[in-house]
Design a protein around this ligand. Structure first.
Ligand code: BG6
Length: 292
């Protein structure tokens, strides 16, 4: 029997800037920029090819949250994806790879639809780009789905992070039995168990005090919702694959299409994308000066 294909794909841009994807769930498990890790992965994360990986960027599809037909957050994060295009250097030095997931016996046993997802990742100098296409090849059946990129940012202390762009947005508070509220704060901070689905959020959020005290920009297209999650003390203890002391070092800011499902008609496709970008303040001000 041929040896099993490796489970990990690495995009290497040079200068210790890399992105590692585990084919289990096409989970981005590491994004290093100049050797600095930007994503949180729990020290207790399981890599058994069965459980979802606790950290990085799991791919949530076709369900967000508990599911009466199958596993929480759907099957995409626990299914092995295919590598369609191995990492390839583009003319500008960026590195691209393409992954895909199609329906198979396992997915159809839970959710009896044909589908094809392509997931294109591009590693730039200080950015990571995600382009997603979902296609319905059926001649007669429509389907509905949720999708979300469950981004776990690595942070030195979550209590010091601020998230912009949520002021005025309505949100479902999952820590209060799904009650709806409207965000009154200019910037959102996290000081307790937080599990909120913010709806109709703008295309951009900036998160302060990520690794090295820097800011991270999250830019999204066709993802109308933003989930903010941190399990805090008690919920951390309930998770077997998450250390009790790890909650201060992560913040989930998740771009998705979750509060109302996407309807995909036969023969049609849906596209969405996300860019994570490290904001280098010095560069911004130099550019501004030049433009004056
Ligand atoms: C978040 C949800 O996106 O994911 C939370 O809003 C959930 O409710 C969290 O607890 C983690 O989910 P899981 O299945 O990875 O433990």
């Amino acid at each position: 029997m041929a040896a099993a294909a490796t489970s990990v794909v690495v995009l290497d841009r040079g200068n210790n800037t890399t992105c590692t994807i585990n084919l289990h769930g096409a989970t981005v498990v590491s994004w290093r920029v100049n050797n600095q890790e930007q994503l949180f992965v729990s020290k207790l994360a399981s890599f058994d090819g069965k459980k979802a990986i606790r950290g990085g960027i799991p791919f949530v599809f076709p369900q967000f949250g508990p599911w009466s037909f199958g596993p929480q957050h759907g099957f995409a994060r626990i299914t092995r994806w295919h590598l369609d295009r191995a990492p390839e250097r583009l003319h500008n030095g960026d590195v691209e790879a393409i992954f895909s997931l199609m329906d198979n016996e396992f997915t159809r046993s839970i959710w009896n639809y044909q589908f094809r997802i392509t997931y294109r990742l591009i590693l730039r100098e200080k950015e990571l780009h995600f382009h997603i296409g979902v296609y319905n090849p059926s001649k007669d059946l429509s389907f509905t789905f949720n999708m979300l990129l469950h981004t776990y940012l690595k942070v030195p202390d979550v209590r010091r992070c601020q998230i912009t762009g949520l002021h005025g947005c309505h949100f479902i508070d999952k820590t209060r039995e799904g009650a709806m509220y409207q965000e009154g704060r200019e910037v959102v901070t996290v000081n307790e168990w937080t599990d909120r689905i913010y709806q109709h959020t703008p295309q951009e959020h900036v998160i302060t005090n990520v690794v090295s005290g820097r800011k991270m920009r999250l830019h999204k297209y066709n993802f109308p919702d933003t989930v903010i999650w941190n399990p805090w003390i008690d919920r951390s203890r309930e998770m077997s694959d998450f250390g009790d002391d790890e909650f201060p070092n992560m913040l989930c800011v998740e771009a998705g299409n979750v509060s109302s499902p996407v309807i995909l008609l036969p023969g049609t496709a849906y596209e969405a994308s996300q860019i994570l970008q490290i904001i280098i303040e010095g560069n911004v001000s130099r550019k501004t000066k030049r433009n004056r």
